[in-house]
Design a protein around this ligand. Structure first.
Ligand code: SF4
Length: 436
């Protein structure tokens, strides 16, 4: 069971491949398995709650007798360690991020051993870069995530990631390219580039403008049609990177740029080096240099000390920037982070109110932008096909798993194929398209 972000998906896919290689069979049903493995996310409180619920369900299946062992892997054991055994009774093994590749041996040990075991090696996780080749993709075989780095050294004051996943480490270029080539040869046409902060790629290897150079190399890989850059830290987007994207035939004009806030005082307290002026200038430049660019961002509302005026400033900015997609998070007081200690924590009811208000503003923007696409032609990648002939697809401006989709009635193509479509209508955030 894979929970959490795309970085966790990559870890789950690698573990699945290791498990298969060792002769085990996979089952997608929890109560049909001898061993249940839950790959968890520990990033924020709701993710931990979701993980704990999944673990409790698996342990409940074990107490009924069918499931023999429950193993918990990923960020949650990395973050809370042995305390996890106290939180849920009945876990057989906890596995930290540094032992991901040993999952098959750990399963074997867990089967023969009656006592709960811990496989936590914090040091190896904080020093190494994983080789993610030879994965078993969880989704359709034409799209994949390509992780180019581990960890993060930005130290945003609200974030636990640097403590969980360690400092930033670039995956060496030859390893990134070898993995991308392997994925392309297996039929992947869309590579989604991920890392906690992809714009830092190469910084620890003393490579300037690393992501731009890496993207140019990735573009040469045959078979890949879409290269999508996700998690771009605003201050890390250089003129060189924009130029590379502008002249590329494969790097999608879709940029995911988490800004988190727009008020300078809040940004400073978040320990982000951006400012309102720089972010506005960046958006203007992107729209000038890439007229068809689709922009996604994420923001946090209710950060400590956020006043009504600062929130209003964020709302006004969102109305001005008109992002195509926006993820809004209510601030969580994460223990162990700087922001959790700050005075001026915002009450939950105010966070809820601000969240709703901002999402409503964004909804109007997204719906209006969708309406403008009616009548236009879009090249889409088919993701899936239902038995009634309805296809689900995406154009370059829709990232997998997080964005809206294109719905095709009477689709005559197979998943993994690119098709020409015309937008006929909208359905909430989605587009209804006809194959042409
Ligand atoms: S850039 Fe900031 S928010 Fe993103 S992972 Fe790093 S510390 Fe966390």
């Amino acid at each position: 069971m894979a929970l959490g972000c795309p970085k966790n998906v990559v870890d789950s896919e690698k573990m699945l491949a290791e498990i298969i290689k060792s002769g085990f069979f996979l089952s997608s049903e929890v109560d049909d398995a001898d061993v249940v493995i839950i790959n968890t996310c520990g990033f924020i409180a709701p993710a931990r709650a979701e993980a704990l619920e999944a673990i409790q369900n698996a342990v409940a299946c074990k107490s009924k007798g069918r499931v023999k062992r429950v193993i918990v892997t990923g960020c949650l054991p990395e973050w809370i360690g042995m305390k996890l055994f106290e939180q849920v009774d009945g876990i057989d093994a906890i596995v930290g991020l540094g032992r991901r590749n040993d999952i098959a041996q750990i399963i074997e040990k867990t089967i023969v051993n009656q006592k709960p075991m811990a496989f936590l090696e914090k040091d190896s996780a904080s020093l190494s870069v994983n080789d993610d080749r030879a994965r078993l993709l969880i989704g359709p075989p034409h799209k994949a995530y390509l992780r180019i780095s581990e960890g993060c050294s930005r130290n945003c004051s609200f974030c636990t990631i640097p403590s969980i996943r360690g400092p930033f480490r670039s995956k060496p270029q030859e390893l990134v390219l070898a993995e991308a080539k392997e994925l392309a040869e297996s039929g992947v046409v869309e590579l989604n580039i991920i890392g906690q902060d992809t714009t830092s790629w190469g910084a620890d290897l003393k490579i300037k403008d690393g992501l731009a150079l890496l993207a140019e190399e990735l573009e040469k890989i045959e078979g890949v049609e879409w290269l999508r850059l996700l998690y771009l830290y605003p201050a890390g987007i250089t003129d060189k990177l924009i130029k590379v994207i502008a002249r590329s035939k494969k790097i999608t004009h879709y940029l995911d740029i988490p800004i988190q806030h727009i008020n300078d005082d809040i940004l400073r307290k978040m320990r982000r080096p951006d400012s309102k002026e720089r972010i506005c200038r960046l958006i203007e430049k992107l729209r000038e240099d890439l007229p068809d660019v689709v922009l996604r961002t994420t923001v946090i509302v209710g950060f400590p000390t956020e006043t009504e005026e600062q929130f209003d400033q964020l709302v006004e900015f969102i109305k001005w920037a008109r992002f195509d997609a926006l993820g809004c998070f209510k601030y969580y007081q994460e223990q162990g982070t700087q922001a959790a200690q700050m005075p001026g924590q915002v009450p939950e009811n105010i966070k809820n109110k601000r969240f709703k208000e901002l999402m409503l503003v964004q909804q109007q923007i997204a719906f209006a932008k969708n309406k403008k696409r009616v009548g236009s032609e879009l090249r889409c990648l088919v993701d899936s096909l239902d038995t009634d002939g309805t296809g689900k697809a995406r154009f370059y401006g829709q990232a997998p798993d997080v964005d809206s989709i294109c719905i095709i009635k009477n689709c005559s193509s197979e998943p993994g194929q690119f098709i020409k479509t015309k937008v006929e209508a909208t359905k909430d955030y989605d587009l209804i398209v006809r194959q042409i």
